[in-house]
Design a protein around this ligand. Structure first.
Ligand code: BG6
Length: 484
């Protein structure tokens, strides 16, 4: 049977330190942004910066501090990924394991040893590491000293951290991402980038200044990665999802273009090396043009990415007159109209496999860079049967449909795609809700929303299904999804 995906296609899974590692106080790790974000009713308000992290009661539950205990159970987790036949594993390095306060004189050896072990184990299994340098992460010390990314000192601290890990893993890690979902900053300014708005500050102005600092940091990190090892491939990462116009009314169509501009604001810079004309005009019109320093333009121009990666959970929909067209809802932090043509998950995120093919086409038409789907999946409640089995056919159906759409984008539309790493191959803490019950995994983790349970790992039906998908390089997607 001939392969339906390119040879060497990077099948695998993606996690983030802040949602799986736990061990927040082990081996010298310093406090990080995510440790301050509670579960429960305050979570969104804190992520959006509407409620200060300083006002969260100390006895609130902070689920990322414990995650799924991956920091201690990582060997078993990697063995399970290997058993599924992963070719690639995306994870993030926790900045505060390497520099606990962001500005320590020397890096924390114990933290580095953790990633040494993880990366060596992956390579021993023939799994290519894909490292996110910053996934919703920031040393709290930098936040308190300088206001985090408001200050250019955070750029310097970030680059010091990047240099350490890029040098340490030279020749071992080839694929890197700078900032996870960098555009999330506009929707969840605290959760995405640690933005805190002090009284009297204009939140919009702060956000665009922070955006500029992160873009400069990202470009300098790309340049550094190329200097340290010319074989390094560095990508940007955006929360993907095309905006559909509610109707063919040209005003709706134009509203969708406007929303896509918001979405592409960052990746346009990261791919092209300069702000897009619509962005320059918009920032000037709104009085939020960031302060730039000599050298910034050159840094942006020289630090363009090698590939474009993105997460995809759903498409979005907008009208010029949303008040007339129905209720808005939130999906992966993006505001969208409810699309009557699509079904929804238990968390109300709408399911749109063709939307993935649309995004792949849009991104390739726009950038002509190789693409990488680094997150996609279904957050759903699972039931453990008395014999311990978990029959998650709904997850298989979701993933199968998206893989079929991706296959069409590759083989029919000619989109160059490096790989597909499903989000949360092992259940982990949901970023938006802090819940464990919103499960994405092929591997079940016995923990509930209160953090109670054994943290024992077990295989769901989707585990065996994904193993077969990878073994056949996507040719066998299960009975109803067999590609030929
Ligand atoms: C993306 C993030 O926003 O979506 C992940 O990069 C996150 O960190 C994922 O977990 C799914 O969102 P959620 O809220 O269901 O965990």
């Amino acid at each position: 049977m001939a392969d339906r995906f390119p040879e060497g296609f990077l099948w695998g899974g993606a996690t983030a330190a802040n949602q799986c590692e736990g061990g927040y106080d082990l081996d010298g790790r310093g406090p990080s942004l995510i440790d301050l974000i509670p579960a429960g009713p305050d979570r969104m308000a804190v992520m959006k910066g509407e409620k200060s992290y300083r006002d969260v009661p100390a006895d609130a539950r902070f689920p990322s501090r414990f995650g799924i205990d991956h920091y201690r159970q990582w060997k078993e987790d990697v063995d399970l990924f290997a058993e599924m036949g992963f070719k690639c594993y995306r994870f993030s390095i926790a900045w505060t394991r390497i520099f606990p306060t962001g500005e320590d004189e020397t890096p924390n050896e114990a933290g580095l040893r953790f990633y040494d072990g993880l990366i060596d184990a992956l390579l021993a299994h023939g799994i290519q590491p894909l490292v996110t340098l910053c996934h919703f992460d920031l040393p709290v010390a930098l936040l308190e000293r300088y206001g985090g990314w408001k200050s250019r000192r955070t750029i310097d601290a970030f680059l010091r951290y990047c240099r350490v890990v890029l040098e340490r893993y030279r020749g071992k890690v080839k694929y890197w991402l700078t900032f996870n979902e960098i555009n999330m900053l506009m929707h969840l300014p605290f959760g995405g980038a640690g933005a805190v708005f002090e009284p009297g500050e204009d939140p919009d102005k702060v956000k665009y200044q922070i955006a500029h600092h992160e873009l400069v940091a990202s470009a300098l990190a790309v340049r550094l990665a190329h200097q340290i090892d010319p074989a390094n491939q560095v990508g940007c990462m955006l929360a993907g999802g095309t905006y559909y116009p509610w109707s063919c009314d040209p005003e709706d169509v134009f509203a969708a273009i406007g929303q896509d501009h918001v979405n592409y604001f960052f990746s346009d810079v990261q791919v092209r090396g300069r702000y897009a004309p619509y962005a320059v005009k918009m920032m000037a019109r709104r009085g939020v043009t960031p302060q730039m320093e000599a050298g910034d333009e050159q840094a942006l121009a020289e630090g363009t990415v090698d590939f474009v990666s993105f997460s995809y959970y759903s498409s979005r929909c907008i009208s010029a007159h949303p008040e007339k067209t129905g209720a808005m809802q939130t999906t992966n932090a993006a505001r969208t109209l409810h699309n009557p043509h699509l079904a929804s998950t238990q968390w109300g995120w709408q399911i749109d496999p063709l939307g993935l093919r649309i995004v792949l086409n849009n991104l390739y038409d726009r950038y002509q860079k190789p693409l990488f789907i680094v997150e996609n999946g279904l957050g759903a409640r699972d039931t453990v049967e008395p014999d311990g089995s978990i029959h998650d056919s709904y997850r298989i159906d979701y993933l199968r449909a998206h893989i079929q759409a991706m296959e069409q984008a590759v083989n029919v539309d000619g989109v160059p795609l490096l790989g597909y790493t499903a989000w949360g191959p092992i259940d982990l803490v949901a970023a938006s809700t802090g819940q464990m019950s919103k499960r994405y995994g092929f591997i079940y983790v016995d923990l509930d929303d209160e953090g109670r349970g054994t943290a024992r790992r077990s295989r769901k039906d989707s585990f065996y299904w994904y193993k077969q998908v990878i073994a056949t390089n996507g040719a066998d997607l299960g009975d109803s999804g067999r590609l030929r």
